[in-house]
Design a protein around this ligand. Structure first.
Ligand SMILES: Nc1ncnc2c1ncn2[C@@H]1O[C@H](COP(=O)(O)OP(=O)(O)O)[C@@H](O)[C@H]1O
Ligand SMILES: N[C@@H](CC(=O)OP(=O)(O)O)C(=O)O
Length: 453
């Protein structure tokens, strides 16, 4: 049995849905179909999830939403018309969304989650209706009915372990199951979404729950490429990579697959196959436990913007017991998460996502570090890019860091920081945002265009 997930780009129009239908019915093993909300039809288009967020925020601000509401309904209606299915389903979607928008707003984050989740929920209903219209035995199944229970964290929920036994029962259902991605319910029955792009997570949870043989993740590219194709033109395709490599790369910027979607499949030992809805015969990329190492030390290079660093120096920091703990406690007091902590003898740098802080928080943190930890210097730098060079082969290759550093130097890129060692499969370079493209291109040339050493 296979679990198949289709992303928003595969569900953006009636034409795309026809391809989805062909893919599903061409293999009887494709029994569970996880769907996102309709995505972008063209590059300037707006995803339904983003339309819904805008609509919900306007409602919360007490603004009119007539035109936003109409735009959302029109997205579903245009798909239904293209597919020539009864427009009764659009009346149902319109009625249900109106009721949700008129619902309880006492807890805005929960209200927002309920509206966001409706994007996938309504799409799953529409797609099930289309499959039935094409004469296939198919049913919409809701996460609530299936027992997909999640933690009580709006916009960032996590699956609870008891879900897996509940979901196993889906194996007994007849026909194709169309299941909405991106959300579950807490123990009280409230809707909670995963983080953005979280339908990948639903697919992986279902694959684990039903003990699928394969989790196929259909998107709009032929493969996971060794580097983001919007940064480097025609990059090399990756045919196979390990769960660890993919998790590092997704976390560091390969948005093609959600980093949190690896764990459920990995725990159940289920391979993941990333494939293209627009070219389904292409083999795609397989994510597995172990792979043959045929490609040299590096498999992929990811980069992500929006980081800042807090540099702290203090003479004899190395002798001070508890310095690191007290520093991280200050960050914890402000509710901040951090990414890396490279350190020296008398200095340490904490790297975090800068959207967590504003000027006031930065000033307050700086003050506390100086007054409580008696630091000599505290410097906060903004607009950093973290570049992650990833590959299981790095463990067995000498000189990979030197090659990377030389390539960056030759390209005139100033390395702000390096972190290597904690993860056996990656090394991290921090550079200024303005140098991202140049740095990634230089690393790509070194490890993929030049002959690997
Ligand atoms: N290394 C990479 N390999 C392939 N695609 C990538 C990579 N990094 C970023 N992407 C982007 O991810 C996109 C697919 O992800 P996404 O838009 O979330 O798809 P979906 O709509 O199927 O969920 C691709 O179109 C591509 O622009
Ligand atoms: N629709 C949700 C969840 C999702 O996974 O979407 P997509 O498959 O289009 O990335 C979002 O935009 O976040």
């Amino acid at each position: 049995m296979k679990v198949v997930k289709f992303g928003g780009s595969s569900l953006a129009s009636g034409e795309q849905l026809k391809k989805v239908f062909q893919i599903v019915v061409s293999d009887p093993e494709r029994k569970i179909v996880v769907v996102s909300a309709p995505g972008k039809r063209f590059s300037d288009d707006i995803k339904v999830t983003d339309l819904l967020i805008d609509c919900a925020e306007k409602v919360l601000a007490g603004e009119e939403i007539e035109s936003e509401f109409a735009t959302i309904i029109e997205r579903y209606a245009s798909i239904a018309k293209e597919l020539e299915i009864s427009l009764d389903i659009i009346d149902t979607i319109s009625h249900d969304l109106k009721a949700l928008l008129n619902g309880n707003k006492e807890k805005p984050d929960r209200f927002l989650d309920a509206i966001k989740a409706s994007g996938e929920d309504n799409n799953a209903k529409l797609i099930a209706a289309y499959f039935q219209h094409r004469g296939v035995l198919a049913q919409y199944v809701s996460p609530k009915e299936a027992g997909l229970i999640v933690s009580d964290e709006p916009g960032n929920a996590q699956v609870l372990p008891e879900s897996y036994d509940n979901l196993y029962k889906l194996r007994d259902r007849e026909g194709i199951i169309v299941f909405p991605g991106f959300f579950g319910h807490n123990k009280n029955g409230d809707v909670l979404t995963f983080s953005r792009s979280g339908s990948d997570i639903t697919g992986s949870i279902l694959a684990n729950g039903v003990k699928a043989d394969l989790y196929e993740n259909f998107t709009d590219v032929d493969a996971v490429y060794s580097v983001n194709p919007t940064i480097v033109q025609n990059p090399k395709e990756i045919s196979e990579l390990t769960y660890r490599e993919m998790r590092e790369l997704s976390y560091a910027g390969f948005s093609v697959f959600h980093d949190e979607a690896l764990i459920p499949a990995f725990r159940a030992g289920i391979p993941v196959n990333v494939k293209n809805t627009n070219n389904p015969t292409a083999p795609g990329t397989r994510i597995v436990n172990e792979r043959a190492n045929t490609n040299g030390p590096v498999i992929g290079i990811a980069s992500d913007k929006g980081f800042c660093s807090i540099y702290i120096s203090k003479y004899l920091m190395n002798r001070e017991i508890g310095f690191g703990r007290r520093l991280l406690q200050i960050l914890e007091d402000f509710g901040l998460t951090y990414e890396h902590v490279p350190s020296g003898i008398d200095d340490v740098t904490v790297i975090l996502r800068q959207n967590q802080m504003d000027k006031e928080i930065e000033a307050a943190i700086t003050k506390r570090i100086i007054t409580e930890l008696h630091a000599d210097k505290v410097i906060i730098e903004h607009n950093l890019v973290l570049i992650m060079v990833v590959g299981e082969g790095m463990r067995h290759n000498v000189g990979t860091t030197a090659r990377a550093a030389k390539a960056l130097a030759n390209a005139g890129v100033n390395i702000e920081m390096i972190n290597q060692g904690s993860s056996e499969v990656s090394m991290m370079f921090g550079v200024k945002e303005a140098q991202e493209k140049r740095a990634v291109q230089a690393l790509y040339n070194e490890f993929f265009v030049a002959v690997p050493v």
